[in-house]
Design a protein around this ligand. Structure first.
Ligand SMILES: Cc1cc2nc3c(=O)[nH]c(=O)nc-3n(C[C@H](O)[C@H](O)[C@H](O)COP(=O)(O)OP(=O)(O)OC[C@H]3O[C@@H](n4cnc5c(N)ncnc54)[C@H](O)[C@@H]3O)c2cc1C
Ligand SMILES: NC(=O)c1ccc[n+]([C@@H]2O[C@H](COP(=O)([O-])OP(=O)(O)OC[C@H]3O[C@@H](n4cnc5c(N)ncnc54)[C@H](OP(=O)(O)O)[C@@H]3O)[C@@H](O)[C@H]2O)c1
Length: 307
């Protein structure tokens, strides 16, 4: 099931009355706010105060892939900077719209570094403390975003290489979407191989967008070719590959499906999601001579564990 609510894109610039209407819908009068842009997404920025480590943003759109998997876009503080692959911290709960406390969790950025919004994907885990306010989240709601971004799951952690393998389980696809949205990644590699392992085919978020990327105007002239390999593990017949990624790699089926050999000299690997998968892949790749960045010396692999 896919339902989508978008605050629509190319619209004529709003007139003064429309602006007042928009503001009366999205601005709470008790908190000071600074409107920085009323472009197509009507970005409204909340001044949290320079001493705060976060800004309060607004949810612009939500896309429910399944009842427990959602991606959403928020407004973006004009000073927020990140490198594709980074994560930031999101704050939700009773205090998110005001000055009270709220609950914080790390989330990877799925949007491009140049987008004027931020995008995230989140799974709702049963009984999870953050999952509950996330379930209640609606377009127009406030959400806090840390002003800083973090992490080492970035292409600049890797020595230059020909083939970039992006191995994700579940929501671990998010940072790879941001990386794939970076045109320089398409210029600096010959092959981009995306492997997304999910339980059910409905969880193959952004599948159509990823497959269509090579035809997109930003990437049409790019050097790299894209191979997208979905792995659906709990729905027999839904994908050609149906085993967990470490097994598919160990028995050679992943390389065969990609028609690409995993070679220390030419291949670079980023892994994101399930920590057990991460551990197994690290062990396997280490046995093939792959290493992570050490003391500033770029390696051939990098990992992000989500719990
Ligand atoms: C660096 C980093 C980046 C992260 N980025 C994302 C992201 O982009 N999207 C996202 O949904 N989550 C992400 N997470 C996990 C996220 O921060 C929360 O853990 C998650 O939203 C659940 O929060 P919770 O309070 O409901 O449950 P928690 O108490 O945090 O987690 C409860 C249990 O749920 C399971 N779990 C937690 N997160 C996930 C997940 N993403 N996929 C599958 N099972 C999970 C684990 O078994 C965990 O022990 C990231 C975590 C880290 C460390
Ligand atoms: N996805 C759902 O249907 C669903 C529904 C409701 C709640 N939840 C809850 O949501 C949370 C996240 O579920 P999720 O499906 O997004 O994440 P997940 O459990 O990490 O599964 C995502 C993918 O990773 C694979 N995987 C799991 N462990 C692995 C390992 N050690 N090595 C390699 N691959 C591995 C899974 O394969 P396998 O199928 O072989 O495990 C699946 O293909 C869980 O707490 C779950 O209880 C999930």
């Amino acid at each position: 099931m896919i339902t989508e609510t978008e605050k629509s894109s190319p619209a004529p610039p709003p007139d003064a009355q429309q602006i007042r209407d928009i503001l009366s819908q999205v601005i709470d009068p008790e908190v000071g706010r600074d409107i920085v842009s009323l472009g197509p997404v009507y970005r409204v920025e909340v001044a949290a105060g320079p001493q705060e480590k976060w800004t309060s943003e607004r949810v612009l759109s939500m896309r429910w892939w399944t009842p427990t998997l959602v991606s959403f876009r928020t407004t973006r503080y004009r000073g927020f900077r990140f490198t594709p692959g980074h994560y930031t911290r999101l704050g939700l709960g009773a205090g998110a719209a005001g000055s009270g406390d709220c609950l914080w969790r790390p989330f990877s950025l799925a949007s491009a570094a140049y987008d004027d919004f931020l995008e995230f994907i989140a799974v709702l885990v049963p009984g999870g403390a953050f999952s509950e306010p996330l379930r209640q989240l609606r377009v127009g709601d406030a959400i806090r975003v840390d002003k800083a971004s973090y992490g080492f799951l970035t292409v600049d952690q890797l020595a230059p290489g020909k083939d970039l393998w992006l191995l994700a389980s579940g929501t671990g696809l998010g940072p790879f979407l941001s990386i794939l949205r970076d045109p320089s990644v398409w210029q600096n590699h010959e092959r981009l191989i995306v492997v997304h392992s999910v339980r059910l085919s409905s969880e193959l978020a952004w599948r159509d967008e990823i497959v269509a990327m090579p035809q997109g105007e930003l990437f049409a002239e790019a050097k790299a070719t894209l191979t997208y390999l979905p792995v659906v593990t709990r729905e027999p017949g839904a994908s050609k590959l149906a085993e967990r990624i470490p097994l598919l790699l160990a028995d050679g089926r992943l390389e065969a499906a990609a028609a690409c050999a995993l070679e220390l000299a030419t291949s670079r690997v980023l892994v994101c999601g399930n920590p057990e998968m991460s551990r197994e892949l690290r062990q396997f790749l280490t046995s093939r001579g792959f290493a992570t960045n050490r003391r500033g010396v770029p390696g051939q692999m990098a990992f992000e564990k989500y719990w």
